[in-house]
Ligand binder design. Structure first.
Ligand SMILES: *[C@@H]1O[C@H](CO)[C@@H](O)[C@H](O)[C@H]1NC(C)=O
Ligand SMILES: *[C@@H]1O[C@H](CO)[C@@H](O)[C@H](O)[C@H]1NC(C)=O
Ligand SMILES: *[C@@H]1O[C@H](CO)[C@@H](O)[C@H](O)[C@H]1NC(C)=O
Ligand SMILES: *[C@@H]1O[C@H](CO)[C@@H](O)[C@H](O)[C@H]1NC(C)=O
Length: 441
């Protein structure tokens, strides 16, 4: 129990220290930045900004951004705005103290993996007369975007500065992927099996339709389908295969920054009245993991992030508990899941998630024991009935001890509270305590 208490203590400490900033809230008191603020929310850049530390956001007022906002698709707007998010902390004072009067800094656009050449970098130049200019680092670009003022700073977590106009570079607005061929993109990225499955089952058509409004796909790599724990799809019904494929997609645009901030389970395209089919997300640094309750998978890479479509590759096939929930339930003694020495491995950042998983495991385990007990009892009744019939037809010995004989040694142990094996008693003891801790924490 000591280990568990220690674990809860560390978990509560980590939850307490993750107090994040909220860019939407920071900008909301300023009527000049409403367009900019709305665009950050629509493109989900707000989530990305909130999940990072040591960051500078260059904001542009409603007038200066109207051209960009009205003449371009959301995917292009997102690219342009991500050039205004610098992955370093700059406030007014620092801008005027750049060594050599200039600096090159990385932007959020660089992290998408789509930035060619210097497109993901911004040059800051201390110009004559105390002015500071921002411009793309692509050779030949002008430093047209001038620093105006500090809007808000929380040293050294986030700084918000106003600049005169968006930073532009040739080619920045031409990226368009909304009409891309999803299956072709998947094939190119080493997800041929997944691409073939979604095509043959017709799920690709559902994806293509959803892609206009918002779609996120977690495509397992070809290796994932060859792994020993991958499901044998040939043994499943067509409907189940479709459910599994839909389980690998969300009917919303959820880029990596949004997944990182997801609290609680997220529903998938497989979610319906008959099953939850949901996923939970755990984050450790930059690594994002999807948990199904049966297995989990790391997000390996971002294939496409182009509002409103996002495609990731994942290392494992995600197994929904609705279809595979009963698989990992071997005999009680052979299941080491809950041994206390195992508990510290759960270093997930969210206490709520950890508790939820623990509860689910407990209830599965209890249900398993309960079913076992019921099965044995039912057999017991049947045997008694047959025995009674035998008694009627033939005079049986009065003290019919043979009633208890047909049971296997394990069944007898389960039925008798006094001849329990040690492991069973310790399970009972462990769970009664665990329940106590769970429901009072
Ligand atoms: C940030 O603030 C906005 C508005 O105040 C709110 O709607 C949103 O939920 C907040 N985001 C987070 C991650 O707390
Ligand atoms: C940006 O800065 C780098 C490094 O100082 C320089 O090589 C590059 O030419 C600059 N780009 C522009 C457009 O000024
Ligand atoms: C800056 O971020 C750290 C880490 O998330 C946090 O502990 C700290 O309170 C933040 N600082 C301010 C002033 O909000
Ligand atoms: C998408 O690409 C696949 C092959 O990669 C092709 O068979 C299919 O016809 C394409 N779909 C569209 C709508 O172009």
């Amino acid at each position: 129990m000591g280990v568990l208490h220690l674990l809860f203590l560390t978990l509560s400490l980590t939850t307490m220290s993750t107090k994040a900033h909220n860019i939407t809230q920071i900008l909301s008191p300023f009527p000049d930045y409403t367009t900019f603020n709305n665009l950050l929310t629509q493109t989900k850049l707000a989530d990305e900004i909130n999940s990072r530390r040591t960051i500078t956001v260059l904001v542009v007022n409603n007038v200066a951004i109207s051209d960009l906002a009205t003449k371009n698709p959301l995917s292009a707007i997102k690219t342009a705005l991500s050039l205004l998010v610098l992955l370093d902390y700059f406030d007014g004072a620092k801008l005027h103290q750049l060594s050599g009067g200039a600096a090159t800094t990385t932007t959020l656009y660089q992290t998408t993996g789509r930035a060619e050449g210097n497109l993901g970098f911004v040059n800051i130049t201390d110009l004559k007369g105390g002015k500071v200019g921002f411009g793309s680092a692509v050779p030949g670009s002008a430093s047209d975007s001038a620093y105006k003022k500090e809007v808000k700073k929380i040293p050294y977590n986030i700084s918000v500065l106003e600049v005169t106009e968006p930073i532009m570079a040739t080619g920045i607005l031409s990226s368009s992927a909304s009409d891309m061929n999803i299956t072709a993109g998947l094939e190119k990225a080493g997800c041929k099996t997944f691409a073939a499955l979604i095509t043959s089952t017709g799920v690709a058509k559902l994806f293509q339709v959803a892609a206009d409004k918002g779609l996120t796909v977690f495509a397992p790599s070809d290796e994932a389908f060859r792994a020993p724990n991958a499901p044998d799809l040939s043994k499943l019904t067509n409907a189940d295969v479709v459910s599994i494929l839909q389980y690998h997609a969300l009917a919303s645009y959820s880029p990596i920054g949004t997944l990182k901030t997801a609290k609680g389970p997220i529903i998938t395209m497989a979610t319906n009245g008959a099953g939850k089919f949901d996923l939970t997300v755990t984050t450790a640094g930059d690594e994002v993991t999807l948990e199904t309750g049966v297995d989990s998978s790391r997000i390996a890479s971002t294939l496409i992030d182009s509002t409103p479509l996002c495609i990731f590759t994942v290392d494992n096939v995600l197994l929904p508990p609705e279809l595979f929930g009963k698989a990992p339930l071997p005999a009680p003694a052979a299941e080491p899941v809950m041994s206390p020495s195992h508990a510290p491995v759960v270093s997930s950042p969210s206490k709520a998630q950890f508790l939820r998983r623990l509860r689910r495991r407990c209830s599965l385990r209890l249900r398993h024991l309960w079913n076992l007990r019921r099965k044995v009892r039912r057999r017991n009744r049947v045997r008694q009935r047959t025995a009674r019939r035998t008694v009627k037809s033939a005079p049986a010995p009065r003290n019919s001890r043979r009633l208890s004989k047909p049971y296997s040694p394990r069944q007898r142990r389960l039925l008798s509270p006094f001849s329990c094996p040690k492991s069973f008693i310790s399970h009972q003891f462990f769970f009664s305590h665990l329940e106590f801790v769970l429901f009072f924490s």
